[in-house]
Write a protein that binds this ligand. Structure first.
Ligand code: NCD
Length: 315
């Protein structure tokens, strides 16, 4: 059985296949309309979510499957003290695949160790968020027609942002990548991530001012300051509006520098930027559905033939 806990659970060539499948889904949605008929997705969300949960559910519904789950753990037996391990063992009796989001790092891994069904990590604390990364890579690939040879700027909360950590580790596997980390000192990329890119010899720089580097970027990945992971409110208030991307700054950027954001946005991108053709964050949401459809098919071992019939391959 196969799970996705980090983007590294797929090799680069498996990711390529996954993105090709997602692109085929985008081009021929009807072909996939019954691919998951009779299959059930359970969404176990112990933390707030809009996009990730609804996108994963929508992916299953688009393929004729059904969904169940909770979006607020206080309504589930978790409030009675049930462990993640016992919950997933139970859910394995009801569903064919589970998507889990939890505030603790490693929760999805614990779940996968006892699960009878494939587990999709939809975010474990400040650690990883692989399906957002698949979405990000699919977006970059679709807009830039490549995943190699580019300078990626990541801006904002690089310390607590799990989407940042997942994206850095995933992009580190492509040739010719250079990172520019733009954050206040307090929100720098954690040491374990820096050590990983140092080991691979990937060039990177760290800076505070976006204005100093924006002209050189091919992708700008903006992030929200992760209020819920701060130890005190004063620090959050001091740092929350550190970056606000404006139209004026966008004038300095390359004509093909796309702006991505995992969303939700708070203040870090001014709404005046939304009409810029390089603002790709809402297109990114759409790519997220295709890529999650491709992921569900892959984890369930379902192959869709040209006529829409399916072959289930035991993994
Ligand atoms: C992100 C998350 O939950 O980590 N949101 C998402 O899934 N698209 C980013 C965030 O909450 O800032």
């Amino acid at each position: 059985m196969r799970h996705i806990l980090t983007p590294q659970d797929f090799t680069v060539s498996e990711l390529d296949e996954l993105f090709n499948l997602a692109a085929d889904i985008e081009a021929n949605p009807k072909k996939y309309a019954n691919a998951c008929r009779g299959k059930k997705l359970a969404t176990l969300f112990y933390e707030p979510s809009t996009r990730t949960r609804l996108s994963t559910e929508s992916a299953m519904l688009n393929m004729g499957g059904s969904t169940m789950g909770f979006s607020d753990a206080s309504n589930s037996s978790v409030s009675k003290g049930e462990s993640v391990a016992d919950t997933i063992r139970t859910v394995s009796c009801f569903a064919d695949i589970a998507a889990i989001r939890h505030p603790k790092e490693g929760a999805a891994m614990v779940a996968s160790q006892v699960s009878g069904i494939p587990v999709i990590n939809c975010g474990d604390g400040g650690h990883q968020h692989p399906t957002q990364t698949l979405t990000d890579l699919m977006t970059i690939r679709s807009l830039k027609h490549r995943l190699n040879n580019m300078t990626i700027g990541l801006c904002g909360d690089l310390k607590f942002g799990r989407t940042v950590h997942s994206l850095i580790s995933a992009m580190s596997r492509y040739e010719g990548i250079r990172f520019v980390f733009i954050s206040p000192d307090e929100l720098k990329v954690p040491d374990y991530v820096i050590e990983m890119i140092d080991e691979k010899g990937i060039p990177y720089e760290e800076c505070i001012r976006l204005d100093d580097v924006i002209t050189r970027l091919d992708i700008l990945y903006m992030t929200r300051v992760q209020r819920e992971r701060f130890f005190n409110e004063e620090d959050y208030i001091r740092l929350k509006d550190f970056y606000i991307l404006t139209k004026k700054q966008m004038r300095k950027a390359k004509n093909d520098m796309y702006v991505l954001h995992p969303l939700p946005r708070v203040n870090e991108i001014s709404v005046e930027v939304d009409s810029d053709p390089r603002a790709a964050y809402f297109r990114q949401v759409q790519y997220g559905v295709y890529v999650r459809m491709a992921l569900i098919l892959t984890l369930l071992g379902i192959r869709v033939n040209e006529d829409g019939s399916v072959t289930e391959q035991p993994l």
